[in-house]
Design a protein around this ligand. Sequence first.
Ligand code: SAM
Length: 228
Amino acid sequence: MDREKVILTLMKQKKLSHYLEIGVFNGHIFFRVKSTFKIAVDPDFQFDTLRKTGKLFLNPYNVFNKYFEKTSDDFFREDAPGLLTDKKLEMALIDGMHEYDYALRDVENSLNYLSDHGVIVLHDCNPQVKADSVSFEEWKARNFTGTWNGDVWRILLHLRSLRDDINVFTLDCDHGLGIVTFGEPENKLNYTLEQINKFTFEDFNANRTSWINLKPAEYFYEYFQLEK
Ligand SMILES: C[S@@+](CC[C@H](N)C(=O)[O-])C[C@H]1O[C@@H](n2cnc3c(N)ncnc32)[C@H](O)[C@@H]1O
């Protein structure tokens, strides 16, 4: 199980269409999505016109792609109101800047445009070792080498402590796939912003299963009532 499987399966079986991807890189996932309404946001796309053209043959739906080569903050400020107010999002992959404050804004901004039956997939919620969970500056200092999940895990604590209108859990696969849907929370946490900011990787490591509401990957089929 990985983000590609989760996104493509949900979109196909639940007939979800309107797709947003924040942090697209070379389009490994984005170009495979079959939808007539697809939005790509990344300040530094890693593909050129030739690759984009080639992907039209792989998946003709790519003719509908809308590209925004900018940060997600700029996208939500400048473009989202015009694009998404009438056409609500049904699926969003959030995989851009992996820092708590930044990725939390991505989640909250996406929630503002998410339809009632929409799904947000938040990548990188389950770092395995401390080196994977460092800040952007520390990752930059090591020349962007190795896995970088950042501290996206704090967002699970944040949402589960502060919001009553969404359910949040993490599938135990692909660096931790956070799943966010509208509805009553399965269970809540009770942390303050100050506590969430202060927790260390060691705290996370000792509490990961309960903090990020970690579920076996197969729970995906059960939760969404999908065929395998
Ligand atoms: C891990 S890659 C995305 C991989 C892609 N989603 C996939 O599944 O193949 C992270 C991307 O986030 C982009 N990024 C960094 N800061 C961003 C921001 N503020 N807004 C949107 N994207 C950002 C980077 O340029 C990079 O291409």
